[in-house]
Design a protein around this ligand. Sequence first.
Ligand code: ADP
Ligand code: ZN
Ligand code: ZN
Length: 733
Amino acid sequence: MPEPLVQIAVPAPLHGYFDYRLPAGAPMPAPGARVEIPFGRQRLIGVVRAPVAHTDTPDARLRALHRVLDPDEPCLPAELVALAEWAAAYYHHPPGEVFQTLLPVLLRQGEAAEAQQLQHWRCTAQGQQIPLKQLRRAPRQAALLQRLRAADQALSPSSLPEEGDWRGAFRALVEKGLAEALERPGYGLIEGSGESVAPALNAEQQAACEALLGQAAGFRASLLDGVTGSGKTEVYLAAIGETLAAGRQALVLVPEIGLTPQLLDRFRRRYAVPIAVLHSALNERERLNAWLAAARGEARLIIGTRSAVFTPLAEPGLIVVDEEHDLSFKQQDGFRYSARDLSLVRARKLDIPIILGSATPSLESLANARAGRYQHLRLSRRAGAARPPRFQVLDARGKPLEGGLTPQLMETMRRHLDQDGQVLLFLNRRGFAPVLMCHECGWVAGCPRCDARLTWHRRAGRLRCHHCGHEARLRPHCPDCQSVDLRPIGQGTEQLESVLREHFPEQGVLRIDRDSTRRKGELQRLLEQAHAGEARLLLGTQMLAKGHDLPNITLVGIIDADQGLFGADFRAPERLGQLVVQVAGRSGRAEKPGEVAIQTHHPDHPLLQVLIHHGYERLAEQQLAERRAAGLPPYAHLALLRAEAVDPGPPEDFLEAARRQADALGLPGVQLLGPVPAPMERRAGRYRAQLLLQAFERRDLHRLLGVWVAGLGKLKEARKVRWSMDVDPLEML
Ligand code: ADP
Ligand code: ZN
Ligand code: ZN
């Protein structure tokens, strides 16, 4: 009788699966079960892929696994095992690392797949009684105490979904004797209230819903393409409602900063079901509990960011990807998967519908819709009372600028403020100035570890590299000529903020960027202030561009559109279009009509002209035509082999060797371009180079990758570099 063997996905950066023996008399573990295995001198926790009948591993090297961690029920269901296999093959990434990515950290470490007690919070008798105004100075503590009082049972900390330092507030309340902790079983789910009633849908929304729901069950991909405020979320809510009513679970993926309390609240108020929210503030225990709750069907609605695409579902019924164009769905290091693309694969495997929604769909999704692979559902008008914003281009050429603002923009801002409007200024560059230059000799403060300039952060008195995090104290003299005449060139948000405070001293000014929101909970606090209208002038980076509903904004100013007009990346026009439309979408959400002012030195640039006169759809059409002519995605398929090392030679040597290997394989249909230095060759002290692969047929590309990538690690040149494969790269940096 042949010996029982299993194939294991071993968490190591190695291509391929590994075969193991079963210990004598042990029952065969199911695919998806975790096993402890010897690997070299280590003991690792791997995942069973499948039993196998024979092995190529020589007898002497074949080892037995130590034990099975999930003997009764595999912790990954068969469907996720298949998804992991698919992803490892498609992204040409070591399968063990892919399987790891699917598991919550505690399961990777070998913890039992069981929900454990969670700490819950409640208020003490004293906490019930004290007047809330005693906590006037500590608004977060007051807010928490108010919640604890209102709750009829102890709260799980993870049911406080807003990001923010609730734990700190809780500790402070405990010290004052106002609150206490207790251990209780529970998954930390949010109980939806179901108190809100769906509005009567307008004709377009109804048509979209019918197209989504009116057909037979089964896999169907739909692109819900609707301008900001057109009521896409209401359409998701309707589709999710149907799914829940049919006794199935819905999985909703949102971008990293799209998971706003406002959005969560809409879900929570609409459905009286347990909701699992997978957000970054969960600790590992809470994350595991939520994961298990989804796997066991106790959570009916699961909302999360990128990695939530791998959440196990007991009764899957629907997947929604909101803001499907968003870059945060793509993992940018390690296992570089696209959560949007994988959710399509998963929906197909599960045979359930999937909705991709956006006001500015990616060109990939638009091309799929055009090719008939997705049904294309359009919402062309804003729902409710809001009107579309009016665009104007402000010519910045030859104008005196203050903090980057033209007099015309200042005037427009005044007009809106006088009429009780709220103004949002968008500048995608934090810090005071992106360049600091010596006026005597032209010396520029550069990063010693990157091919990049250091940004001057005036308030902190420091120079910082936004690429590697390098920091230096600002010295009063030029290091080359000793001159004290060091001048900032260009503007960042910190400078814009100080100019605004100077010119509009009577208005509150709020800056929202990564610097101003570093402290936990700060973003939430600032957004609440913005929402409450306490500050009339908001400025910020892309953090401000997404999802937040700020109904009083009547003017959106885009300070520097030129940054996006001349990007080196072929996706720059698409990104600029998305950004402008998304930022513009913040204006005129309620009854007040909105205005969008775009400042530029290239007012006649065709991209801007198309965008403001014909909208994103036309821009996308033109871009698609250009991509087709140039042989670029979505009409061609790319993969990028990257390499980096401390010395400049090895990355290119490795890529040259890799290229020779690929050429020697003699497979047709794939063009290799490079190796070339990366656009930013030196970053964080390492030299970087890349080799681009381009093919018109995905098949051809994958045939080559399939025989080529697994062997790259064996090249002697590979020993001196770190390398990685990026299939469908979104950024060429
Ligand atoms: P999107 O997700 O496309 O940005 P939302 O679903 O958030 O749009 O809708 C924008 C605003 O319009 C929200 O305040 C929403 O409550 C409202 N709204 C959406 N659909 C309707 C409708 N059919 N009737 C009335 N108000 C609606
Ligand atoms: Zn100098
Ligand atoms: Zn740097």
